[in-house]
Design a protein around this ligand. Structure first.
Ligand code: ADP
Length: 310
């Protein structure tokens, strides 16, 4: 049996007519069945990237293959594989949820009887079945968002893409959406969502990429990223010269930046005083120190808007 190829994004660039370079050569793979977050601050290029993957925006260069189907060479076939949940609620408020779903499926060529069957299934999954035949206008904000997900699932997409599905909605509404997304993913649909909430990516996703100013600055399992954020870095200026052999301190990475400067990485939970005492024993006197922030930390400060979070 042939395994399903991944979603492959290669060297994607996008320069808008205004001259803004929104993507500067982005490459990513998303495995079938994954729950993948694309995390980044406003203006990072998230919408542009998923706009290209879902064929709404043309790339300036690069390629995208959706599970083996090239979006430039075979746009229709690629589009049939994916469902998109846009940021803004965009269905007709005067229609009923059941009709919204059936008409959407009909537009994509799903036979009426099958569309009705799927509509019931999706409305039940979204906990909207009791609202199936009331006008959509009367739905709460959270229900409207869940209806958007139900609608995208009507074509049974292999890949569901959500553009900041929870931007500006309260935590209760977010949790309601997360539950459906987990269910959809557990049933086999690959999910990609863009978000600027780390907490959301952490709660839902197995893998993620962090995009900043049109570039991927981090890509891998969520667990790996979180462990990186637990580490703090310092540059220590030393009195005199460092010894040729640096001491070994449990749990700490030490290396000589130059003969008078020590680069130190340590778990956030650890106390600097303990480390200073051990350095002192090894004859290393610290004169002053600077925090060494990395790009990831800087990004998190910007994402969360708070210094404590980094
Ligand atoms: P994000 O979704 O991460 O907020 P976007 O992809 O929307 O980021 O935007 C990336 C950059 O491209 C920003 O500088 C934005 O102003 C610019 N941009 C986005 N869409 C357009 C457009 N249609 N025309 C010109 N510039 C755009």
């Amino acid at each position: 049996m042939n395994p399903i190829p991944a979603l492959e994004i290669r060297e994607l660039r996008k320069v808008y007519a205004t001259g803004v370079e929104a993507l500067k050569g982005v490459s990513l793979s998303v495995q079938p069945g994954d729950f993948f977050a694309l995390l980044g601050p406003n203006g990072a290029g998230k919408s542009t990237l998923i706009g290209i993957v879902s064929s709404l925006v043309n790339a300036s260069s690069g390629s995208v293959q959706v599970f083996g189907v090239d979006i430039a060479k075979n746009r229709e076939a690629a589009m049939r594989l994916l469902g998109l949940v846009p940021q803004e609620v965009n269905f007709n408020f005067f229609e009923k949820p059941f009709d919204i779903l059936c008409n959407y499926a009909g537009f994509y060529g799903v036979a009426r009887a099958e569309a009705k069957r799927r509509a019931e299934e999706e409305l039940r999954r979204a906990q909207l079945w009791e609202k199936a035949f009331t006008t959509a206008r009367t739905l709460s904000g959270g229900m409207k968002r869940r209806l958007m997900i139900a609608r995208a699932m009507m074509t049974q997409p292999r890949l569901l893409i959500l553009d900041e599905p929870t931007a500006g909605v309260d935590i209760e509404i977010r949790r309601g959406m997360w539950r459906i997304l987990r269910e959809v993913n557990a049933a086999g649909t690959t999910v990609i969502l863009t978000t600027h909430y780390l907490e959301e990516a952490e709660s839902l996703c197995r893998n993620l990429a962090i995009i900043d100013r049109g570039e991927i600055i981090e890509n891998g399992p969520m667990k790996t990223l979180l462990s990186k954020l637990d580490v703090e870095g310092f540059l220590l200026d030393i009195d005199g010269e460092l010894p040729a052999q640096l001491p070994h301190i449990e749990g700490i990475a030490l290396h000589a930046e130059d003969r008078h400067t020590l680069d130190l990485e340590m778990p956030r939970a650890m106390h600097l005083n303990q480390i200073f005492a051990q350095l002192d024993e090894a004859g290393i006197r610290v004169r002053s120190m600077r925090t060494k922030t990395n790009r990831l930390e800087e990004l998190f400060v910007r994402l969360t808007g708070s210094k404590e979070a980094a």
